[in-house]
Design a protein around this ligand. Structure first.
Ligand code: SF4
Length: 192
């Protein structure tokens, strides 16, 4: 059984698949405590793999994003197999501190080791690397093997500070074009 905080359909608002319809499975619990964490992942109900897969498939998007919290604390081979058996493309958003089961179709790695002790990566590659940007030096992240590199301005929970952060991020990407902007579209358009 897995502890799941919520399952809902929306549009992916971050990274490469921005704008794509997806069902999000948000797992409870995280092994890190980032100071800017805005995710409610404390509560949850126990669910079996088949129930999770059925609910994910009911969304009708064909695309499931496993998120959290830290989904890799709970996601395993049998769950990935159950999702694939329903014809779903399986993506995961991870802080990279746990090894992943085989077969996940898309890995989004969001490194947190600059912000949290004990967050060094245990994965060797990703499809996309997405860095939450607070103005820190990020060029060394380009050494991590990934197909796509995204900078995402930190959400400070303050509109004025967020505008400044976004403007700085846009200016950075303009002059460092290996990076692309991830602007948390879901917040801009007012969906979950
Ligand atoms: S890794 Fe993600 S979910 Fe975990 S504390 Fe940090 S921001 Fe929150």
């Amino acid at each position: 059984m897995k502890r799941v905080n919520e399952i809902f359909r929306s549009l992916q608002g971050e990274g490469y698949w921005t704008g794509r319809a997806a069902v999000f499975v948000r797992f409870s619990g995280c092994n890190l405590r980032c100071r800017f964490c805005d995710t409610d992942h404390g509560r949850g109900v126990l669910m079996g793999d088949e129930e999770i897969a059925r609910r994910a498939a009911e969304g009708g998007t064909g695309f499931v994003v496993l998120t959290g919290g830290e989904p890799a604390l709970q996601v395993d081979g049998p769950l990935v197999a159950a999702l694939h058996a329903r014809g779903l493309t399986v993506a995961i958003e991870t802080n990279g501190t746990r090894r992943l089961p085989e077969g996940i179709d898309w890995v989004t790695y969001s490194p947190k080791w600059e912000f949290c002790n004990g967050a060094e990566p245990q994965i060797a590659r990703a499809d996309e690397l997405k860095v939450v940007w607070t103005g820190q030096d990020v060029e060394h992240h380009l050494d991590f093997p990934a197909q796509h590199y995204f900078l995402q301005p930190c959400d400070w929970g303050d509109a004025e500070r967020n505008r400044e952060s976004l403007a700085a991020c846009v200016a950075y990407v303009e002059t460092h074009p290996r990076w692309r902007l991830s602007a948390q579209m879901h917040k801009l358009i007012g969906v979950r």
